[in-house]
Design a protein around this ligand. Structure first.
Ligand code: NAG
Ligand code: NAG
Ligand code: NAG
Ligand code: NAG
Length: 856
């Protein structure tokens, strides 16, 4: 084989499993128009993506619509127009939508989902069958309140139409009453030739950004190529602020109040850093933490006081109390930080309590105290019950200062960190385990580096249903936003009062409604109402997290009702899209963030040939953040893949306890699924279902410990350990491969894999000219349920009625089932067996989204 070709196939094999992989261009489909129209009114952004597509084939075919939107946004509308008819997505309660969806799935219909990609985006994906030489228009609307960070707002627009488009336009219109103090356009789409395709017009309170690249230009930006544009446009701006005045707007019975004074002196802070140095932090994470801490320490002001606590099973501090950030203290602390190494367990409780105690012992007058926890794992020693830790911490802090929790990577119990931060007036932030993690840490610190006010209370008269009004601290570069409803839709009684503590004194502010207000934009008159709903839902969802029992239910209900009223796709709702054909149903719901990093994108492979196969290595040195691997573009040109057609679902069997008849359930094709995960031994197996023409997996990956990876495809198997890799072919002579904790046996289209306590056999099936893979778990690492489709134990059920409409009782729930058949692919002969077909949610006691992964 040609060297370059081998290299390419390996690179593409890695990149194929990455979500940011360039999407394939659809054949015989002409996207003749693609418009993105974003309107930002007082930080509230409503974006509409309109894609018009023609099927240029003289037979009907599936046409795809796939776009990425910011995670923070709520989808509020989706519409397809085909042959003059419109099909609108309907927002429903999630459970209800899910039910409709699983019924559709068990009838053999596919479903489209929203999935999380990378740090900031989510992908919305759907498809529809379009008749020969006909057209379809897709229209997606999403809304978000832009948040001010480090002195600016950022509107992120992603464009990846998958082909150059004759009529491509991005229009952004920003209207800010106070005026716009600066506006800048950044992002991958504003590179190279394309800088010329952007025009910016500014006029008083209004700004327009237009991006109209020609077909040729669409191939020329960084990351763009034959498949046209692929990247982000980031519009950054800030609002003109006259000293301490806040900004108040009202419309149709709602108000919004922005408060971000700039003429206040900074308050010296007392900051304690609580840093995890458990074994899992070893390597790059701890190195990046050291790097970030050195910079952060260097940025402290002389009148700040600071402390550093490092912990694993043991809690140590740099100095027993907070010290002033003098040059010599900072130097001494830097020396301490340089020597932090990682090993051992994780005692979060003792470490945080120690931090609280240090702050509590320190004089608090005329200063702002901040506690920052950085951890990459669950509590494993000392108090490990997270409820207890939360209670302890809350009791110790008593609302006196905020606790910020930074969760490093995806092995942390982020929900726990979020709750703990929320309960203590702080926020939790994820630090992505990437080459720029040190900058993420510094970036977070910068946001809280300059406290300007503490104990901010805002009160309103003549208003109701007001969002959060108490804030622990206000930092330079941020902004406080409150929205609410006017009592009796009247301004007569409407007043406000803001009290806060600044460096030396208690401050009081009163804001009035700007008399010079420009009339609202037609079509967006009610944006303040929507903004209020957006903010209220976001805050209710956070509040719900830390409540229990009836209170939780009430808050949930309130958030749900508002989501439904405003058609927001939130974590409590889903959008049901019914397609013209066969009442086919798709459901879009807000995905959970899962363990995906951009790391995979940054793998560079170096190949060398060897008698045993082909070896590749990962470069040890990480590249500068933000640099993309070039070959992506190349692969995109060399190996375009064809797209999904007529996907049919894949049927899975679940063995039953004490019952002869197993259960079975269906999963729509081309999903990426978690198959088995054993956190106790760092074993995980994921798989991707074949897109069409098969009933199993096109690819299965196994990860074990940190550096063992195995990728099985129908063509080949690649096993890599640290720097080395070996390749097997399914039809080669039987062979063994043994290392310390791993044994691989390849025989007769079976790869038998033993890793630690787990043994799985991956079978290659060939049916009607199609080949696919199927995993069979032969030995489980644990006797309890584990995450993943194959992590369940045999299900116990009883038969309620056998008659014409049979019913089973499964996990205490009575469900209608139907008698069906499934193929047992866990053995080579693949026998057909009878089974009870049940909805996925019943079989697996969870949502499909709990079992999907963004990348293998
Ligand atoms: C963008 O949307 C707004 C609101 O619907 C509309 O007034 C405006 O004309 C649109 N702009 C373009 C360029 O389509
Ligand atoms: C707040 O930040 C701005 C720049 O974003 C800076 O000009 C100003 O001096 C800062 N204020 C304080 C009190 O540090
Ligand atoms: C806000 O703070 C005030 C004064 O401490 C208190 O009375 C009020 O209950 C707080 N409101 C909320 C919603 O916590
Ligand atoms: C506040 O919300 C409640 C519940 O939705 C509603 O009944 C009430 O009218 C609202 N108050 C005002 C002043 O609009």
């Amino acid at each position: 084989m040609d060297r370059a070709l081998i290299w390419l196939s390996l690179v593409s094999f890695f990149l194929a499993s990455v979500t940011s992989e360039p999407k394939a261009k659809q054949q015989n489909v002409d996207i003749y128009s693609f418009h993105i129209n974003s309107t930002v009114t007082s930080r509230y952004a409503i974006t509409v993506i309109t894609s018009r597509v023609a099927n240029s084939l003289d037979e009907s075919q599936e046409v795809h619509f796939q776009v990425k939107i910011p995670k923070n946004a709520f989808i509020s509308k989706f519409r397809m127009t085909i042959e003059g008819k419109t099909y609108d997505g309907i927002v429903k309660q999630k459970e209800e939508a899910q039910q409709q969806y699983s019924q559709a799935v068990s009838r053999g219909q596919s479903a489209g989902l929203v999935s999380s990609v990378g740090r900031t985006l989510e992908e919305f994906k759907t498809s529809v069958t379009v008749a020969a030489l006909s057209k379809v228009t897709f229209e997606l609307t999403y809304e978000e309140l832009l948040k001010r960070r480090l002195g600016k707002y950022e509107l992120l627009i992603n464009a990846q139409p998958t082909q150059p488009v004759a009529d491509f336009k991005i229009d952004v219109y920003i209207h800010e009453n106070r005026g716009i103090s600066f506006l800048e356009v950044k992002g991958g789409l504003s590179t190279n030739e394309l800088t010329n395709a952007i025009t910016t017009t500014r006029s008083g309170p209004e700004s327009w950004v237009r991006f109209y690249p020609t077909r040729e230009q669409q191939k020329q930006c960084e990351g763009c190529g034959e498949n046209g544009l692929n990247g982000d446009l980031i519009i950054m701006y800030d609002v003109e602020r006259s000293k301490s005045k806040g900004e108040l707007r009202t419309s149709q019975g709602y108000f919004v109040h922005y408060f971000a004074p700039t003429d206040v002196q900074r308050i010296p802070k007392n900051v304690v850093f609580v840093i995890d140095r458990s074994g899992s932090m070893q390597g790059r994470k701890i190195a990046q933490t050291r790097l970030a801490m050195l910079t952060i320490l260097g940025d402290l002001s002389e009148d700040d006081h600071f402390g550093i606590i490092i912990f694993n099973g043991q809690v140590d501090s740099w100095k027993p109390e907070l010290l002033k950030a003098t040059q010599s203290n900072v130097e001494d602390a830097k020396q301490f930080v340089r020597q932090i190494t990682a090993r051992g367990s994780t005692d979060i409780n003792a470490a945080v309590l120690k931090g609280v105690e240090m702050i509590n012992r320190h004089p608090q007058e005329d200063s702002a105290s901040i506690l920052i926890l950085l951890t990459d794992g669950d509590p494993t020693t000392g108090v490990t019950n997270t409820d207890k830790i939360q209670n302890n911490v809350k009791k110790a802090i008593q609302g006196k200062f905020p606790l910020y929790c930074l969760g490093f990577g995806f092995d942390v119990n982020f929900e726990f960190l979020k709750k703990m931060a929320m309960e203590n007036d702080g926020v939790a932030r994820r630090i992505y385990d990437d080459s720029d993690a040190d900058q993420q840490l510094q970036g977070f610190y910068e946001e809280v580096a300059t406290p300007l006010l503490t104990d901010i209370h805002i009160s309103y008269t003549g208003a109701a249903n007001v969002t959060q009004t108490n804030f622990s601290q206000y930092y330079n570069g941020s902004e406080i936003v409150v929205a609410g409803q006017l009592t009796d839709n009247s301004l007569d009684l409407f007043t406000n009062e803001i009290t806060a503590t600044s460096k030396s004194k208690r401050m009081e502010y009163h804001d009035t409604i700007d008399p010079t207000i420009h009339s609202n934009l037609p079509g967006f008159e009610d944006f303040i109402g929507r903004l209020w709903a957006y903010l209220t839902v976001k805050q209710l969802l956070e509040k719900e997290l830390i409540l229990k029992g009836q209170e939780k239910e009430a808050v949930r209900k309130e958030a749900l009702d508002l989501s439904l009223k405003y058609d927001f796709v939130t974590p409590l709702t889903s959008m049901v899209v019914t397609k013209p054909q066969e009442e086919d149903i798709q459901v879009a719901h807000k995905p959970k963030e899962t363990g995906l990093t951009e790391e995979e994108l940054e793998i560079e492979l170096f190949l060398s040939e060897n008698t045993r196969g082909f070896y590749f290595t990962k470069p040890k040195d990480r590249k500068a953040p933000g640099r993309n691997v070039q070959p992506r573009r190349w692969i995109q040109n060399v190996s375009p893949t064809t797209t999904v057609l007529n996907a049919s679902p894949v049927r899975f069997l679940i063995q039953a306890q004490d019952q002869s008849e197993p259960l079975c359930y269906d999963i729509p094709a081309s999903q990426r699924l978690r198959l088995l995960q054993d956190p106790s031994s760092d074993f995980s197996m994921n798989g991707e279902l074949i897109e069409s023409g098969g009933t199993g997996f096109s690819q299965i990956t196994i990860h074990y410990k940190t550096d063992l990876h195995m990728t099985l495809r129908t063509s080949e198997i690649i096993f890599s350990e640290g720097q080395n890799a070996v390749k097997f072919l399914w039809n080669q002579e039987p062979t063994n491969h043994e290392t310390d904790s791993v044994s691989l046996i390849l025989r007769n289209k079976e790869m038998d894999v033993s890793m630690g306590n787990t043994r799985v056999v991956i079978l290659l099936h060939e049916q009607d000219g199609n080949s696919f893979l199927w995993p069979a778990v032969r030995q489980r690492p644990s006797t309890t349920t584990l995450p993943g489709l194959f992590g369940t134990l045999p299900v116990a059920y009883t038969t309620v009625t056998q008659s014409r409409s049979p019913k089973l009782k499964i996990q205490g729930q009575e469900v209608r089932v139907s008698k069906n058949r499934a193929t047992d692919y866990s053995i080579h002969s693949a026998p057909r067996v009878g089974c009870w077909l049940v909805p996925f949610q019943v079989a697996m006691q969870g949502e499909l989204s709990d079992f999907t992964v963004p990348s293998l």
